[in-house]
Design a protein around this ligand. Structure first.
Ligand code: ZN
Length: 498
């Protein structure tokens, strides 16, 4: 057997361990009885350690070195590039630091839950202090040239830097703040109370599965279950799991499912022969989020989409008010500055991200101290959204990320929003009247376009290269700013370009 083949076999074995771990995690969030928590944590810890040891072992590293000369095609070279990058990241940070972070995040999560419940920032402050300390240490081991943030954010988005994020946010900040202000001043506010009611779980499950199936999620190679915090995971290209949640607010399940189905279709779109290889799956958090946002917001919150699905929704939920399409369209696109990121609309969402990004940079460099975080956070909410959180639970304590040490992650959400419009602009150019396709329920050309341009490439090209191949340029915020401005000027009858 060639050394390259040996390497592929070894990577497939590591993949099997990681997938077993992912399956345990999915079960944990969907079905596991409460009493199993400790045993599950132990099992998952052992599997994580085994996979990490195998992946960073001398043997794997030797196989990678020795395989270079045997690479005969583009796919194999790409696979080696991906593996080298991952091994590099996994070996640069000392095992003691990895363990310290794992311990702190387990403890930190519990402390965060309690701090949020009791609105007690002081309880969480020491965890934050330690987590940002660990992040600075991690960055030191990973190395960076310009800014400590660069080392951390590159873990989530290959090639991302603070300078890049600064330039991205500077392109959207003013237009968004302005748009939110104009919407507020218009005094117009659609009524979204139509979504509140006692909706049967079975009806919600049936309707959302129908939507996911219609847009192209393959239920022969996936399924949908419920979880407290919806997510998408997969154990193979041919086994992708969506989760959603059923609430008295019907829009939650609908847009949650479309969002996760977007992630899911991306995962299902990798070539079958890449299954168990490091090339399968989404290339980065930003590109992944661009796909969930495409199906949730661009398709799912379009008028054309509901031209077809509003009658079906009314049939599935007989007590749903018999509102006209335009009223429904306005209700699903209501823009209102709010305190909680995960409930934010398409326009204000990125402003929530900007606050977090500025906080992370300021805490990492010591520009602000942990104790100053609540005041800093609140002043930023006032500046960007015109509202001040009444307490820290609805302010700086609302996100889980920092308790887990995920620092440098937030900007990828905004990147996803921006890239979704950039890709969509090109898609519309290529496909012509996309609204006609959506109102006819013909999503195949849309999915096939995304499949051929994005999904089938898996992790083969770095994110910026993938974007350049598809759209002719790396990240460009113009289609997003233009698209969102045009959409909401029309929705809120604002005078164009004021
Ligand atoms: Zn997502």
């Amino acid at each position: 057997m060639s050394r390259l083949q040996n390497l592929k076999t070894r990577l497939a074995e590591i993949n099997a361990i990681n997938m077993a771990n992912a399956l345990m995690d999915w079960d944990h969030q969907c079905f596991m009885p409460h009493g199993a928590a400790e045993a599950r944590a132990q099992h998952q810890g052992i599997l994580s350690r085994l996979a990490h040891e195998m992946f960073t072992s001398d043997e794997t590293q030797r196989l990678v070195q020795d395989s270079v000369s045997e690479c005969a095609n583009e796919d194999d070279s790409a696979m080696l590039r991906v593996v080298k990058r991952e091994i590099d990241q996994a070996t640069k940070i000392p095992a003691e630091l990895v363990e310290k972070k794992m311990r702190l995040s387990a403890l930190g999560h519990e402390t965060w839950v309690r701090a949020r419940q009791t609105n007690d920032f002081n309880l969480f402050a020491p965890v934050l202090e330690d987590m940002f300390g660990i992040a600075r240490e991690e960055a030191g081991h990973l190395g960076y040239t310009d800014h400590v943030y660069d080392a951390l954010t590159d873990l989530y988005e290959e090639g991302a830097t603070k300078a890049g994020w600064d330039s991205m946010f500077s392109m959207i900040k003013l237009p968004l703040v302005e748009l939110v202000r104009r919407i507020k001043e218009s005094g117009e506010q659609p009524d979204d109370s139509i979504f509140y009611g006692q909706w049967e779980d079975t009806a919600q499950a049936g309707f959302t599965e129908m939507l996911a199936k219609d847009v192209g999620f393959d239920f022969d190679r996936g399924r949908q279950d419920t979880a407290a915090h919806p997510f998408c995971t997969n154990f193979s290209v041919n086994d992708v799991r969506l989760t959603t949640r059923f609430k008295p607010y019907l829009a939650s399940a609908i847009f949650g499912t479309l969002h996760e189905a977007g992630h899911g279709m991306y995962e299902q779109g990798s070539p079958g022969e890449w299954d168990m290889s490091p090339l399968a799956g989404g290339v980065s958090l930003g590109i992944h989020e661009s796909q969930s946002r495409t199906w949730e917001n661009i398709v799912g919150r379009s008028r054309a989409f509901w031209q077809r699905y509003l009658p079906k929704l009314k049939a599935a939920f007989p007590s749903f008010p018999d509102v006209p399409l335009d009223q429904f369209y306005k209700a699903i696109n209501k823009v209102e500055p709010s305190l909680i990121r995960v409930e934010a609309d398409e326009v204000t969402y990125n402003l929530h991200i900007m606050v977090r990004y500025e906080v992370e940079c300021a805490l990492l460099t010591g520009a602000i101290a942990v104790k100053d975080l609540p005041d800093f956070w609140n002043s930023k909410y006032e500046e960007y959204l015109g509202i001040t959180p009444p307490n820290d639970a609805e302010g700086c304590l609302q996100d889980v990320h920092w308790s887990a040490g995920s620092i440098g992650y937030f900007p990828t959400y905004s990147m996803g929003n921006i890239l979704s419009y950039q890709l969509w602009e090109k898609l519309c150019k290529d496909l012509g009247d996309v609204d006609a396709l959506m109102s006819a329920g013909n999503f195949t050309p849309i999915l096939e376009w995304l499949q051929s341009k994005v999904y089938r490439h898996g992790k083969k090209y770095p994110p910026a290269e993938l974007m350049t191949r598809v759209t002719g340029r790396a990240l460009d915020a113009r289609p997003y700013v233009d698209g969102i401005t045009k959409k909401y000027e029309a929705l809120y009858s604002l005078t164009a370009g004021v």
